[in-house]
Design a protein around this ligand. Structure first.
Ligand SMILES: CCCC(=O)SCCNC(=O)CCNC(=O)[C@H](O)C(C)(C)COP(=O)(O)OP(=O)(O)OC[C@H]1O[C@@H](n2cnc3c(N)ncnc32)[C@H](O)[C@@H]1OP(=O)(O)O
Length: 305
């Protein structure tokens, strides 16, 4: 295991760099207080000390579907520092899972996630602590969003603050009829810390995103469906996770290679400049063109009636 690796992106503009400036708040202005390599491993060690709850990962080889479960029901599945580290490890594990097609992000019990664990938050409640946590969780959630697998947040109950941001790192959100999303960050005196601000703009556009973030409006599953934040509302009275799994299996019925390649085309289009994304789209295409799924389809002489 590599002992440490450099932060992948600068906080400014997503430029790839090994260096992230540190900041401190002084009066009315932010100023650089030190420069140097911020080691994710350093942040990880610090976060691991803020205990509470756990994040579980299971992988089903027969379906190619993994399940990540937030498990801190006593605190409404709030994410402690320790859980942030376990979530990072779960994503690293899935990055190595070459036969994976899909991943469900679930929570234990009837509350999806109440955001950052306030016990953790209180211990790092200063600008540099916030920046360090944010760098760590951004890295994890960017990697989650960029997995070559279809990701689905199964939202049962409420997803508040950072909990709402977590759901946005998935490709799809399937919600139970009583589920709610609420970006309560502004009420807590903060802005999105887990990359949900930028992601929300990409999903619903700048005006709607701004309105949701400043109003802290509670969105029902139906509101989410209308706003394009949810893809479906799950049937009441049936196990939400089972329904989400069936939905995912229906959408990942094709060849593993093609599903993974297709996901990367879409992920690249969201995170890369146009020319780079198009270049990669051509390269990805060349990996499946003439490949086993393509040859089998041609031999079957399929009619798409
Ligand atoms: C970068 C991240 C930024 C953010 O995530 S900002 C958002 C931070 N989250 C919050 O402010 C949530 C505050 N909590 C609440 O609003 C309510 O507790 C909540 C979640 C609506 C649940 O309400 P109820 O169902 O009535 O339950 P309750 O209030 O009695 O809570 C049950 C136990 O859970 C605890 N809890 C809930 N959310 C937590 C959190 N985020 N961190 C740490 N502990 C949390 C709560 O303190 C209570 O514990 P206890 O039973 O009193 O020991």
């Amino acid at each position: 295991m590599v002992l440490w690796h450099l932060v992948r992106k600068s906080v400014f503009g997503g430029i790839r760099t090994g260096f992230v400036p540190g900041f401190c708040y002084s009066g009315q202005t932010w100023r650089c207080c030190h420069e140097g390599a911020v080691l994710l491993e350093d942040i990880r060690k610090e976060m691991a000390g803020y205990t509470g709850g756990q994040v579980d990962l299971t992988k089903d080889e027969s379906t190619g579907v993994a399940t990540i479960t937030l498990n801190n029901p006593d605190r409404r599945n709030a994410l402690s520092g320790h859980m942030m580290v376990q979530l990072a490890d779960a994503v690293s594990n899935l990055e190595e899972w070459k036969s994976g097609k899909g991943v469900l992000l679930c929570a234990n019990g009837s509350f999806f996630c109440s955001g950052g664990d306030l016990n953790t938050i209180r211990k790092i409640n200063n600008p540099e602590g916030g920046l360090r946590m944010s760098i760590f969780v951004h890295d994890t959630l960017s990697r989650l969003q960029n997995l070559p697998m279809i990701s689905v947040a199964v939202v049962q109950g409420k997803a508040l603050g950072g909990g709402a941001e977590l759901t946005l790192s998935c490709d799809f959100r399937l919600m139970t009829s009583e589920a709610k999303l609420q970006f309560v960050q502004a009420k807590m005196g903060v802005t999105p810390g887990w990359r949900g601000g930028t992601r929300l703009v990409h999903l619903v556009g700048p005006a709607k995103a701004l309105q949701l973030l400043v109003s802290c409006e509670k969105l029902s599953a139906h509101d989410c469906l209308q706003a394009g934040l949810a893809s479906a509302i799950l049937d009441t009275g049936h196990d939400p996770q089972r329904q989400a799994l069936n939905w995912l299996l229906k959408n990942t019925a094709g060849s593993t290679e093609v599903i993974r390649a297709t996901k990367m085309v879409v992920a690249n289009a969201q995170s890369l400049p146009l020319e780079e994304s198009l270049k990669r789209e051509r390269l990805i295409f060349s990996t499946v063109w003439g490949g086993p799924a393509n040859i089998a389809a041609l031999q079957e002489n399929i009619k798409h009636r």
